[in-house]
Design a protein around this ligand. Structure first.
Ligand SMILES: Cc1ncc(COP(=O)(O)O)c(C=O)c1O
Length: 426
């Protein structure tokens, strides 16, 4: 173990030599004891390799810093600080059960109460109608690319795709194995910077469903309204804008989302599906890919990602406590407006390629007019604890993901940094 640790770069080594002693070892320690312990001991800091103490300029100090950074990653992404602290306080002994959520039987009454509350809170947040099932699955949104056609189509069934970015394209390509999909609109020739006008869509008359990616995480393109399918149902990948604003679930046959952007850690995939669509899987569908199996077993057919579901539950609770999704959307709009306006008012120093009406509230891609400065921008930003700003490898440039959990202070600090960087490099 020791030799393994010494082979890590210095910056990744725990700064506290007694860090292995941070957990209370007494078997009967109560939650309160652990909470006290956690507050009185400085948390271990695992620093970003790029972080240094040299300030670039007068930029507001990180709020509630405790060695935390402002993490602009696209996913896994930032989680609310109060949720992390609650999970920390409950980690060792969940609400007097004498064990952590990671150690519980998924069939025991404790975990049942966790998953049931998570579902109830999500239903309340999104106002999910009774005739929709909520499933907590695994395999990421990528597994849904196959699971959806396997469950909603026969092999020869036509399906329509509106492709506004790389994720929609991936979903289309995977579905080719299980049905007969057609791309009825693609933004590829315009580098995925637009949402089409819905009137112009030539939908197949007998398509089983119309698939969209509600928010393209890489390209920063978001649907503000939704097309109405001519025949079948609307299916949406909401991985990167799930629970970022109110959504009329009744407009959709199926909504799916990987949790690791807005609502929890990776490992949980949420599916909201109209109940009458369940039970028609293709014959060869593996048991784990059949919605019917998961719906009949309340997402407990096999061992679910228990800790991830617990974390999602804490996030849902927090979103409700903040006033629900209308309030969350208000906060998200404020953050996004601040950032887009800084880009648009930079006299071309920064550019966002996405058409204004399609700009995402969650993922903000931008480039520098002087592209050779991009590496320096990312490096200097990291010194200010503004991390994970590099754009996706397929598009380059920068991307700031400003999910629900990104505080306004994080965006303010980024904008102040951008202005300062421009002043020095224009
Ligand atoms: C919009 C969107 N869809 C699908 C995926 C794939 O998700 P997963 O990695 O959970 O399979 C991602 C991942 O970033 C995404 O952003």
């Amino acid at each position: 173990m020791a030799s393994k640790l010494t082979s890590l770069p210095n910056s990744l080594l725990p700064k506290n030599p007694n860090s292995h002693l941070l957990l209370p070892l007494k078997p009967n320690s109560s939650t309160a004891t652990f909470a006290n312990f956690a507050t009185h001991n400085k948390p271990i800091s695992i620093r970003c390799t790029a972080a240094s103490t040299a300030p670039v300029s007068p930029i507001p100090a990180t709020e509630d810093s405790e060695d935390r950074v402002f993490n602009f990653a696209a996913g896994p992404a930032i989680l609310p600080a109060n949720v992390l602290k609650k999970a920390q306080a409950e980690l060792y002994n969940w609400r007097g059960s004498g064990m952590s959520v990671m150690e519980m039987s998924h069939r025991g009454k404790e975990f049942l109460s966790i998953i049931q509350k998570a579902e109830a809170d999500l239903r309340a947040l999104l106002n999910i109608p009774e005739d929709y099932a909520v499933l907590f699955l695994q395999g990421g949104a990528t597994t849904q690319f196959a699971m959806i056609p396997l469950n909603l189509c026969k092999p020869d069934d036509p399906v329509d795709f509106v492709v506004t970015g790389s994720w929609g394209d991936k979903a289309f390509k995977e579905s080719q194995k299980f049905c007969k999909p057609k791309v009825i609109w693609s933004g590829k020739s315009e580098k995925y910077t637009k949402i089409p006008s819905f009137d112009a869509l030539e939908q197949s008359p007998d398509a089983k469903y119309l698939h969209i990616c509600a928010n393209e995480t890489i390209h920063g393109v978001e649907f503000k309204d939704y097309p109405t399918p001519k025949n079948g149902i609307l299916v949406a990948d909401m991985s990167s804008n799930f629970c970022s604003k109110p959504v009329d679930v009744s407009k959709f046959g199926l909504i799916y989302a990987g949790a690791q952007k807005n609502v929890g850690p990776s490992g949980v995939t949420i599916v909201i599906i109209k109940k009458d669509l369940i039970g028609n899987a293709q014959e060869t569908t593996p048991v784990m890919l059949d919605y019917k199996i998961h719906a009949e077993n309340n997402s407990l057919y096999n061992t679910p990602p228990c800790f991830g579901i617990y974390m999602c539950g804490l996030v849902f609770e927090d979103l409700l406590a903040q006033g629900g999704l209308t309030e969350i959307e208000r906060k998200n709009k404020k953050k996004a407006e601040l950032l887009y306006s800084a880009i648009d008012k930079s006299n071309g120093f920064y550019r966002c390629p996405v058409e204004k009406s399609a700009r995402s509230l969650m993922n903000v891609p931008f480039t520098l007019e002087k592209s050779d400065l991009e590496a320096e921008f990312i490096k200097e930003a990291a010194k200010e604890k503004l991390v994970q700003l590099k754009g996706h490898r397929s598009v380059g440039g920068m991307r700031a993901s400003i999910y629900n959990a990104m505080p306004l202070a994080g965006v303010e600090k980024l904008v102040a940094f951008m202005k300062n960087f421009q002043a020095r490099h224009a």
